[in-house]
Design a protein around this ligand. Structure first.
Ligand code: GDP
Length: 363
Protein backbone atom coordinates (compact mmCIF):
# COMPACT_ATOMS: atom_id res chain seq x y z
CA UNK A 1 0.00 0.00 0.00
CA UNK A 2 0.91 3.67 -0.22
CA UNK A 3 2.35 5.05 2.98
CA UNK A 4 2.32 8.50 4.53
CA UNK A 5 4.66 8.92 7.50
CA UNK A 6 3.73 11.18 10.42
CA UNK A 7 6.76 13.02 11.76
CA UNK A 8 7.33 15.86 14.19
CA UNK A 9 9.11 16.67 17.42
CA UNK A 10 8.07 14.84 20.59
CA UNK A 11 4.93 16.17 22.30
CA UNK A 12 3.45 17.91 19.28
CA UNK A 13 0.48 15.50 19.10
CA UNK A 14 1.59 12.84 16.60
CA UNK A 15 0.30 9.86 18.57
CA UNK A 16 -2.95 11.62 19.41
CA UNK A 17 -3.54 12.25 15.71
CA UNK A 18 -2.41 8.78 14.67
CA UNK A 19 -4.70 7.14 17.20
CA UNK A 20 -7.64 9.26 16.09
CA UNK A 21 -6.89 8.37 12.47
CA UNK A 22 -6.85 4.65 13.10
CA UNK A 23 -9.89 4.55 15.38
CA UNK A 24 -11.86 6.62 12.85
CA UNK A 25 -10.65 4.25 10.15
CA UNK A 26 -11.73 1.27 12.19
CA UNK A 27 -15.26 2.60 12.26
CA UNK A 28 -15.69 3.89 8.72
CA UNK A 29 -13.97 1.19 6.69
CA UNK A 30 -14.74 -2.50 6.77
CA UNK A 31 -11.13 -3.33 7.20
CA UNK A 32 -10.22 -6.10 9.59
CA UNK A 33 -6.64 -4.94 10.02
CA UNK A 34 -6.87 -1.30 10.81
CA UNK A 35 -3.72 -1.32 12.80
CA UNK A 36 -1.22 -3.52 11.00
CA UNK A 37 1.53 -2.86 13.48
CA UNK A 38 1.41 -0.65 16.55
CA UNK A 39 2.58 2.28 14.46
CA UNK A 40 0.96 1.50 11.09
CA UNK A 41 -2.72 2.13 10.44
CA UNK A 42 -4.89 1.59 7.35
CA UNK A 43 -7.20 4.52 6.81
CA UNK A 44 -10.20 4.87 4.49
CA UNK A 45 -9.92 7.76 2.02
CA UNK A 46 -13.18 9.74 2.23
CA UNK A 47 -14.60 10.35 -1.26
CA UNK A 48 -18.08 11.85 -1.75
CA UNK A 49 -18.20 10.35 -5.25
CA UNK A 50 -18.62 6.89 -3.70
CA UNK A 51 -21.89 7.92 -2.07
CA UNK A 52 -23.15 9.44 -5.32
CA UNK A 53 -22.36 6.23 -7.21
CA UNK A 54 -23.98 4.14 -4.49
CA UNK A 55 -27.20 6.14 -4.70
CA UNK A 56 -27.49 5.18 -8.35
CA UNK A 57 -26.26 1.59 -8.19
CA UNK A 58 -27.65 0.64 -4.74
CA UNK A 59 -24.98 -1.99 -4.10
CA UNK A 60 -24.80 -4.38 -1.16
CA UNK A 61 -21.66 -2.66 0.05
CA UNK A 62 -19.52 0.39 -0.52
CA UNK A 63 -15.77 0.12 -0.11
CA UNK A 64 -13.51 3.16 -0.01
CA UNK A 65 -9.89 3.00 -1.00
CA UNK A 66 -7.23 3.23 1.68
CA UNK A 67 -3.81 4.59 2.47
CA UNK A 68 -1.50 3.76 5.33
CA UNK A 69 -0.29 6.15 7.95
CA UNK A 70 2.87 5.39 9.89
CA UNK A 71 3.49 7.05 13.25
CA UNK A 72 7.21 7.74 13.26
CA UNK A 73 8.37 8.56 16.76
CA UNK A 74 11.82 9.49 17.91
CA UNK A 75 12.86 12.45 15.85
CA UNK A 76 14.77 14.84 18.08
CA UNK A 77 17.50 17.38 17.63
CA UNK A 78 20.62 15.37 16.79
CA UNK A 79 18.75 12.37 15.33
CA UNK A 80 20.97 12.39 12.23
CA UNK A 81 23.91 11.86 14.58
CA UNK A 82 22.15 8.99 16.32
CA UNK A 83 20.51 10.92 19.20
CA UNK A 84 17.23 9.53 20.54
CA UNK A 85 15.95 6.78 18.29
CA UNK A 86 18.04 8.36 15.54
CA UNK A 87 18.85 5.57 13.13
CA UNK A 88 15.73 3.55 13.79
CA UNK A 89 13.64 6.61 13.10
CA UNK A 90 15.43 7.37 9.88
CA UNK A 91 15.00 3.78 8.71
CA UNK A 92 11.23 4.06 9.11
CA UNK A 93 10.92 7.37 7.37
CA UNK A 94 12.91 6.14 4.36
CA UNK A 95 10.17 3.56 3.73
CA UNK A 96 7.26 5.99 3.32
CA UNK A 97 6.06 7.62 0.09
CA UNK A 98 5.15 11.00 1.57
CA UNK A 99 5.52 12.87 4.84
CA UNK A 100 2.93 14.57 7.06
CA UNK A 101 4.85 16.91 9.33
CA UNK A 102 2.91 17.67 12.52
CA UNK A 103 3.75 21.05 14.00
CA UNK A 104 2.61 22.19 17.41
CA UNK A 105 0.59 25.40 17.16
CA UNK A 106 -1.29 25.00 20.45
CA UNK A 107 -0.39 26.59 23.76
CA UNK A 108 -0.88 24.41 26.82
CA UNK A 109 1.22 24.90 29.91
CA UNK A 110 0.50 21.32 30.94
CA UNK A 111 2.21 19.97 27.84
CA UNK A 112 5.94 20.54 27.97
CA UNK A 113 7.64 21.70 24.79
CA UNK A 114 11.03 20.07 24.23
CA UNK A 115 12.58 23.46 23.50
CA UNK A 116 10.77 25.36 26.24
CA UNK A 117 8.35 27.42 24.14
CA UNK A 118 5.96 26.93 21.25
CA UNK A 119 7.55 28.12 18.02
CA UNK A 120 6.42 26.36 14.84
CA UNK A 121 9.08 27.76 12.54
CA UNK A 122 11.93 26.75 14.83
CA UNK A 123 10.38 23.28 15.17
CA UNK A 124 10.11 22.91 11.42
CA UNK A 125 13.70 23.97 11.05
CA UNK A 126 14.94 21.48 13.65
CA UNK A 127 13.24 18.64 11.80
CA UNK A 128 14.29 19.82 8.35
CA UNK A 129 17.89 20.13 9.49
CA UNK A 130 17.96 16.58 10.80
CA UNK A 131 16.41 15.17 7.63
CA UNK A 132 18.76 17.23 5.54
CA UNK A 133 21.85 16.01 7.39
CA UNK A 134 20.66 12.42 7.12
CA UNK A 135 20.25 12.77 3.34
CA UNK A 136 23.58 14.53 3.02
CA UNK A 137 25.27 11.59 4.74
CA UNK A 138 23.50 9.18 2.36
CA UNK A 139 24.52 11.20 -0.71
CA UNK A 140 28.12 11.57 0.39
CA UNK A 141 28.41 7.87 1.10
CA UNK A 142 27.11 7.07 -2.38
CA UNK A 143 29.46 9.59 -3.98
CA UNK A 144 32.42 7.99 -2.21
CA UNK A 145 31.27 4.58 -3.39
CA UNK A 146 30.87 5.33 -7.09
CA UNK A 147 33.51 8.00 -7.57
CA UNK A 148 36.16 5.53 -8.70
CA UNK A 149 33.91 3.79 -11.23
CA UNK A 150 32.85 7.14 -12.62
CA UNK A 151 36.45 8.22 -13.06
CA UNK A 152 37.37 4.98 -14.76
CA UNK A 153 34.84 5.84 -17.46
CA UNK A 154 31.57 4.18 -16.48
CA UNK A 155 28.99 6.38 -18.23
CA UNK A 156 26.07 5.41 -16.01
CA UNK A 157 28.07 6.16 -12.89
CA UNK A 158 29.24 9.46 -14.34
CA UNK A 159 25.67 10.51 -14.92
CA UNK A 160 24.63 9.42 -11.43
CA UNK A 161 27.57 11.25 -9.92
CA UNK A 162 26.54 14.41 -11.70
CA UNK A 163 23.02 14.14 -10.28
CA UNK A 164 24.40 13.37 -6.82
CA UNK A 165 26.59 16.46 -6.92
CA UNK A 166 23.60 18.60 -7.79
CA UNK A 167 21.59 17.20 -4.90
CA UNK A 168 24.59 17.52 -2.58
CA UNK A 169 24.85 21.22 -3.40
CA UNK A 170 21.16 21.78 -2.69
CA UNK A 171 21.39 19.92 0.62
CA UNK A 172 24.53 21.82 1.60
CA UNK A 173 22.58 24.97 0.93
CA UNK A 174 20.09 23.86 3.61
CA UNK A 175 17.36 23.06 1.11
CA UNK A 176 15.55 19.73 0.65
CA UNK A 177 16.51 17.34 -2.16
CA UNK A 178 13.13 17.93 -3.82
CA UNK A 179 14.23 21.54 -4.40
CA UNK A 180 16.84 20.23 -6.85
CA UNK A 181 14.02 19.93 -9.39
CA UNK A 182 15.37 16.74 -10.94
CA UNK A 183 13.92 15.39 -14.17
CA UNK A 184 12.04 12.11 -13.53
CA UNK A 185 14.80 10.21 -15.29
CA UNK A 186 17.45 11.64 -12.96
CA UNK A 187 15.28 11.23 -9.89
CA UNK A 188 14.91 7.55 -10.85
CA UNK A 189 18.69 7.15 -10.65
CA UNK A 190 18.58 8.11 -6.99
CA UNK A 191 15.45 6.13 -6.14
CA UNK A 192 17.27 3.42 -4.24
CA UNK A 193 18.81 5.97 -1.90
CA UNK A 194 15.28 6.70 -0.56
CA UNK A 195 16.21 10.31 0.15
CA UNK A 196 13.89 11.61 2.84
CA UNK A 197 13.86 15.22 1.70
CA UNK A 198 12.94 14.15 -1.83
CA UNK A 199 9.55 12.98 -0.58
CA UNK A 200 6.56 15.31 -0.84
CA UNK A 201 5.55 17.01 2.43
CA UNK A 202 2.43 18.48 3.94
CA UNK A 203 2.19 20.33 7.23
CA UNK A 204 -0.37 19.49 9.87
CA UNK A 205 -0.85 22.42 12.24
CA UNK A 206 -2.06 21.03 15.55
CA UNK A 207 -4.05 23.83 17.22
CA UNK A 208 -6.13 24.18 20.36
CA UNK A 209 -9.90 23.73 20.15
CA UNK A 210 -10.56 27.49 20.34
CA UNK A 211 -8.47 28.12 17.24
CA UNK A 212 -10.59 25.98 14.93
CA UNK A 213 -11.36 26.24 12.08
CA UNK A 214 -8.89 28.81 10.76
CA UNK A 215 -5.95 28.62 13.13
CA UNK A 216 -4.03 31.39 14.88
CA UNK A 217 -0.93 33.57 14.46
CA UNK A 218 1.33 30.56 14.81
CA UNK A 219 -0.49 28.84 11.95
CA UNK A 220 -0.11 32.00 9.86
CA UNK A 221 3.66 31.78 10.30
CA UNK A 222 3.61 28.16 9.29
CA UNK A 223 1.44 28.98 6.27
CA UNK A 224 3.87 31.56 4.97
CA UNK A 225 6.73 29.09 5.36
CA UNK A 226 4.70 26.39 3.58
CA UNK A 227 3.83 28.75 0.72
CA UNK A 228 7.51 29.17 -0.03
CA UNK A 229 7.83 25.41 -0.31
CA UNK A 230 4.58 24.98 -2.26
CA UNK A 231 3.34 22.78 0.53
CA UNK A 232 -0.16 22.44 1.92
CA UNK A 233 -1.15 23.18 5.55
CA UNK A 234 -3.99 21.27 7.20
CA UNK A 235 -5.29 22.78 10.46
CA UNK A 236 -6.50 20.24 12.97
CA UNK A 237 -7.00 19.89 16.71
CA UNK A 238 -5.64 16.52 17.77
CA UNK A 239 -7.57 16.24 21.03
CA UNK A 240 -10.89 17.14 19.35
CA UNK A 241 -10.25 14.73 16.50
CA UNK A 242 -9.92 11.96 19.06
CA UNK A 243 -13.47 12.83 20.21
CA UNK A 244 -14.85 13.17 16.67
CA UNK A 245 -13.44 9.77 15.78
CA UNK A 246 -15.75 8.22 18.39
CA UNK A 247 -18.89 9.65 16.75
CA UNK A 248 -20.69 8.68 13.59
CA UNK A 249 -23.52 9.75 11.31
CA UNK A 250 -25.64 12.74 12.34
CA UNK A 251 -23.93 12.99 15.73
CA UNK A 252 -20.64 13.61 13.96
CA UNK A 253 -22.17 16.11 11.54
CA UNK A 254 -23.73 18.14 14.34
CA UNK A 255 -20.52 18.16 16.34
CA UNK A 256 -18.59 19.37 13.31
CA UNK A 257 -21.16 22.05 12.52
CA UNK A 258 -20.90 23.39 16.09
CA UNK A 259 -17.15 23.73 15.56
CA UNK A 260 -17.69 25.52 12.23
CA UNK A 261 -16.21 22.65 10.25
CA UNK A 262 -17.47 20.96 7.11
CA UNK A 263 -15.40 17.84 7.49
CA UNK A 264 -13.18 16.51 10.23
CA UNK A 265 -9.52 17.51 10.27
CA UNK A 266 -8.66 13.88 9.84
CA UNK A 267 -10.69 13.65 6.64
CA UNK A 268 -8.91 16.73 5.32
CA UNK A 269 -5.56 15.31 6.38
CA UNK A 270 -6.25 11.97 4.69
CA UNK A 271 -7.37 13.67 1.48
CA UNK A 272 -4.33 15.94 1.51
CA UNK A 273 -2.09 12.92 2.08
CA UNK A 274 -3.72 11.14 -0.84
CA UNK A 275 -3.19 14.13 -3.15
CA UNK A 276 0.39 14.36 -1.97
CA UNK A 277 1.06 10.78 -2.99
CA UNK A 278 0.15 11.62 -6.59
CA UNK A 279 -2.49 8.92 -6.69
CA UNK A 280 -5.76 8.69 -8.51
CA UNK A 281 -8.94 6.79 -7.94
CA UNK A 282 -11.00 4.72 -10.31
CA UNK A 283 -14.25 3.00 -9.44
CA UNK A 284 -15.95 -0.30 -10.05
CA UNK A 285 -19.70 -0.04 -9.72
CA UNK A 286 -21.58 -3.35 -9.56
CA UNK A 287 -24.66 -4.38 -7.62
CA UNK A 288 -22.52 -6.39 -5.22
CA UNK A 289 -20.21 -3.53 -4.43
CA UNK A 290 -19.28 -0.03 -5.39
CA UNK A 291 -15.61 0.34 -4.74
CA UNK A 292 -12.78 2.84 -5.07
CA UNK A 293 -9.34 1.65 -6.19
CA UNK A 294 -6.02 3.46 -6.06
CA UNK A 295 -3.48 3.64 -8.85
CA UNK A 296 -0.49 5.89 -9.48
CA UNK A 297 -1.03 8.74 -11.94
CA UNK A 298 -0.17 7.58 -15.47
CA UNK A 299 -1.30 4.00 -14.83
CA UNK A 300 -2.56 2.04 -17.86
CA UNK A 301 -5.71 -0.07 -17.96
CA UNK A 302 -4.12 -3.54 -17.51
CA UNK A 303 -2.12 -2.43 -14.47
CA UNK A 304 -5.25 -0.81 -13.05
CA UNK A 305 -7.04 -4.13 -13.52
CA UNK A 306 -4.13 -5.85 -11.76
CA UNK A 307 -4.87 -3.91 -8.59
CA UNK A 308 -8.12 -5.90 -8.34
CA UNK A 309 -6.57 -9.23 -9.26
CA UNK A 310 -3.37 -10.32 -11.01
CA UNK A 311 -5.48 -12.54 -13.34
CA UNK A 312 -7.29 -9.43 -14.56
CA UNK A 313 -3.98 -8.00 -15.67
CA UNK A 314 -2.62 -11.21 -17.22
CA UNK A 315 -5.78 -11.95 -19.20
CA UNK A 316 -6.69 -8.33 -19.94
CA UNK A 317 -8.69 -7.88 -23.15
CA UNK A 318 -10.25 -4.46 -22.81
CA UNK A 319 -11.91 -2.07 -20.41
CA UNK A 320 -15.35 -0.51 -20.58
CA UNK A 321 -14.92 3.00 -19.28
CA UNK A 322 -17.42 5.66 -18.27
CA UNK A 323 -16.15 8.97 -16.93
CA UNK A 324 -17.51 9.69 -13.43
CA UNK A 325 -19.47 12.79 -14.51
CA UNK A 326 -21.01 10.93 -17.44
CA UNK A 327 -22.01 8.05 -15.19
CA UNK A 328 -23.78 10.40 -12.78
CA UNK A 329 -25.40 12.53 -15.50
CA UNK A 330 -26.67 9.50 -17.40
CA UNK A 331 -28.06 7.99 -14.21
CA UNK A 332 -25.89 4.89 -14.36
CA UNK A 333 -24.34 2.38 -16.71
CA UNK A 334 -27.41 1.61 -18.84
CA UNK A 335 -28.07 5.30 -19.46
CA UNK A 336 -24.42 5.93 -20.29
CA UNK A 337 -24.41 3.06 -22.81
CA UNK A 338 -27.53 4.44 -24.47
CA UNK A 339 -26.04 7.90 -24.80
CA UNK A 340 -22.84 6.44 -26.24
CA UNK A 341 -20.84 7.60 -23.21
CA UNK A 342 -19.31 4.21 -22.58
CA UNK A 343 -15.92 3.80 -24.25
CA UNK A 344 -14.06 0.60 -25.06
CA UNK A 345 -10.39 1.05 -24.22
CA UNK A 346 -7.38 -1.17 -24.86
CA UNK A 347 -4.12 -1.94 -23.11
CA UNK A 348 -2.56 1.46 -23.74
CA UNK A 349 -5.38 3.43 -22.18
CA UNK A 350 -4.17 5.74 -19.42
CA UNK A 351 -6.64 5.72 -16.54
CA UNK A 352 -8.23 9.07 -15.61
CA UNK A 353 -9.26 10.03 -12.09
CA UNK A 354 -12.89 9.06 -11.52
CA UNK A 355 -13.18 6.53 -14.34
CA UNK A 356 -15.86 3.95 -13.69
CA UNK A 357 -14.35 0.78 -15.15
CA UNK A 358 -15.37 -2.72 -16.04
CA UNK A 359 -12.70 -5.14 -17.22
CA UNK A 360 -13.01 -7.88 -19.83
CA UNK A 361 -10.39 -10.59 -19.48
CA UNK A 362 -9.52 -14.17 -20.44
CA UNK A 363 -9.22 -16.68 -17.65
P1 GDP B 1 3.70 13.00 20.31
O1 GDP B 1 4.85 12.86 21.25
O2 GDP B 1 4.00 13.97 19.22
O3 GDP B 1 3.18 11.70 19.79
O4 GDP B 1 2.54 13.72 21.14
P2 GDP B 1 1.26 13.11 21.86
O5 GDP B 1 0.19 12.81 20.88
O6 GDP B 1 1.67 12.03 22.79
O7 GDP B 1 0.77 14.40 22.66
C1 GDP B 1 1.58 15.01 23.66
C2 GDP B 1 0.70 15.69 24.66
O8 GDP B 1 0.00 16.77 24.02
C3 GDP B 1 -0.37 14.77 25.22
O9 GDP B 1 -0.50 15.07 26.60
C4 GDP B 1 -1.62 15.17 24.45
O10 GDP B 1 -2.78 14.95 25.22
C5 GDP B 1 -1.40 16.65 24.20
N1 GDP B 1 -2.08 17.10 22.99
C6 GDP B 1 -2.11 16.52 21.76
N2 GDP B 1 -2.85 17.23 20.90
C7 GDP B 1 -3.31 18.31 21.59
C8 GDP B 1 -4.11 19.43 21.25
O11 GDP B 1 -4.60 19.58 20.13
N3 GDP B 1 -4.34 20.34 22.24
C9 GDP B 1 -3.83 20.20 23.49
N4 GDP B 1 -4.07 21.12 24.41
N5 GDP B 1 -3.08 19.15 23.86
C10 GDP B 1 -2.81 18.22 22.92
Amino acid sequence: GFKCGIVGLPNVGKSTIFNALTSAGAESANYPFCTIEPNVGVVAVPDPRLQALAEIVRPQQVLPTTIEFVDIAGLVRGASKGEGLGNQFLGHIRQVDAVAHVVRCFEDENVVHVDGAVDPLRDVEVIQTELNLADLATVEKRIARIDKQARSGDKEMQRELEVLRRVEAVLNDGRPARAAGLEPEDAARLKELCLITAKPVLYVANVGEDDLPDGNVLVEKLRSQARQENAEVVVICGSIEAEIAELDGTEKEEFLRDLGLESSGLDRMIQAGYRLLGLLTYFTAGVKEVRAWTVPAGCKAPQAAGVIHTDFEKGFIRAEVIAYDDFIRAGGEAGAREKGLMRLEGKDYVVADGDVMHFRFNV
